[in-house]
Design a protein around this ligand. Structure first.
Ligand code: ADP
Length: 446
């Protein structure tokens, strides 16, 4: 096991990794930009090193600064968290070339899976169902029209380097497709310096169901069941839960098995998530992408399985074999997470940075609160607006919903606007209660 580990991240996930290190007996080195200088979680690490000014490009995204901090902190490993450099193949490569273990998959796996067209072909090789669409990139608009007519409109134009919903466009006819190809490709070039786009059939009513996996460097790979993340706004997840409601047992089994095949075919190790769309009409599922990192919503899986995913990540990165066997991974009860962001619902959910002047967080049976904030903490304007993740775990989904309702009612925050009012409405909604939502539900309803 490592003696010291650096956390190349901030906020709640930095604190989450500090906690895992402490329990493993690994010393942690936190880093911070000058905007995060006063954050209290830094005191919980064994050392904290300033890595630059507020701008992420000069701090949390600066490989140079992070590697210098790693040298200074004398660490043997770096945990990248999520966001920032967590899916940078280059960062993983630099870490390893400096003899520092990267807590994540190999750079080859990150590179291959980060390209959606390549990921699609790996899925096909592993007999994992993909959405009907183009074989590879679309370069000729006439061929694209021919293909769209064959698979049937509507189609979705997607950027191969895409992320965060950028470079995606729905086309419902030939004219929209031709215009959309140009626009999506320009947007992708601008956002990702890669203009490559491809086509998928657009599944109008789909659920987002993803499977948590973990694999070691000795060829063992297991799944830790699924999460439903269909409650989204602008492709950003708001509510996540496990197990996925109203999912037939046979589909669930197939889905989880497909995720493990995907990981094995890609030669993937460490924690990851295989994302699928589930067509609500026929419960057929299709691979969409692999997230090659720990995800925001990982605690949902921790609650139902009892597995500490961050500790497992660190163990796997240290070269240990997975002790957990597939048949011993339980899925107990029902867990739900809501993401609490400092955003202004009255102003199109723009980030609402500022000082939290009062805070009372819920507790009691079945409640977990993963957060780095407290009364007096100032939410900086430079980074994402997540201030915490509220989770509940109960024996049944019905009870979990009741506990979440109660916990959200107890929540009291002053000084910044938050997503709490929207979350209260979602949790109280009948469609959510029935588990019959799809990814367009939030935007159609609220
Ligand atoms: P990104 O990497 O930009 O987040 P994804 O491929 O993960 O892109 O897709 C993000 C979201 O877009 C999905 O959760 C789903 O809501 C929607 N989506 C993606 N592909 C399709 C599709 N073929 N049909 C319908 N919706 C889709």
């Amino acid at each position: 096991m490592f003696q010291r580990l650096l956390i190349a991240n901030r906020g709640e996930i930095a604190l989450r990794v500090i906690r895992a290190c402490r329990e493993l007996g690994v010393e942690s080195v936190a880093v911070y930009s000058s905007a995060d200088r006063d954050a209290a979680y830094l005191d919980l690490a064994d050392q904290a090193i300033c890595i630059g000014p507020p701008s992420a490009a000069d701090s949390y995204l600066s490989i140079k600064h992070l590697i210098s901090a790693a040298e200074l902190g004398n660490v043997q490993a770096i945990h990248p968290g999520y966001g920032f450099l967590s899916e940078s193949a280059h960062f993983a490569e630099v870490c390893r070339s400096c003899n520092i273990a990267f807590v994540g998959p190999s750079e080859e796996a990150i590179r291959k899976l980060g390209d959606k067209v390549t990921a699609r072909s790996i899925a096909q090789e592993g007999k994992v169902p993909t959405v009907p669409g183009s074989d590879g990139l679309v370069t000729d608009e006439n061929k694209a029209v021919e293909l769209a007519e064959k698979i049937g409109y509507p189609v979705l134009i997607k950027a191969t380097a895409g992320g965060g919903g950028k470079g995606m466009r729905v086309a419902r006819n030939d004219i929209a497709l031709k215009a959309g190809l140009k626009a999506a490709s320009q947007e992708a070039e601008k956002a990702f310096s890669n203009a490559g786009v491809y086509l998928e059939k657009y599944i109008e009513k789909a659920r987002h169901v993803e499977v948590q996996v973990i694999a070691d460097t000795h060829g063992n790979a297991i799944h830790l069941w699924e999460r439903d993340c269909s409650m989204q706004r602008k492709h950003q997840k708001l509510v996540e839960e496990s197990p996925a409601p109203a999912l037939p047992a046979s589909v669930r089994k197939e889905l989880c098995a497909a995720a493990v095949r995907m990981v094995k075919t890609a030669g993937y190790y460490n924690a990851g998530t295989v994302e699928f769309l589930l067509d609500v009409r026929d419960n057929k599922f299709y691979f969409i992408e692999v997230n090659a990192r720990i995800q925001v919503e990982h605690p949902v899986t921790e609650l139902v399985t009892g597995v500490d995913l961050v500790k497992e990540q660190i163990r796997v990165a240290a070269g240990e074999k997975l002790e957990l066997k597939q048949k011993n991974v339980p899925c107990n009860g029902s867990a739900i997470e809501v993401r609490i962001n400092a955003e202004d619902p009255a102003n199109d959910f723009r980030g609402c940075p500022g000082k939290i002047t009062a805070l009372r967080v819920p507790g009691g049976p079945g409640v977990r609160w993963d957060s780095h904030v407290y009364a007096g903490y100032s939410v900086p304007p430079y980074y994402d607006s997540l201030i915490g993740k509220l989770l509940v775990h109960r024996a049944t989904r019905e009870e979990a919903i009741a506990t979440m309702k109660r916990a959200l009612a107890e929540f009291h925050v002053e000084g910044v606007k938050t997503t709490i009012p929207l979350l209260r409405e979602i949790i109280a909604n009948e469609t959510f209660r029935d588990g019959t939502m799809d990814t367009t539900f939030v935007e159609r309803t609220f």
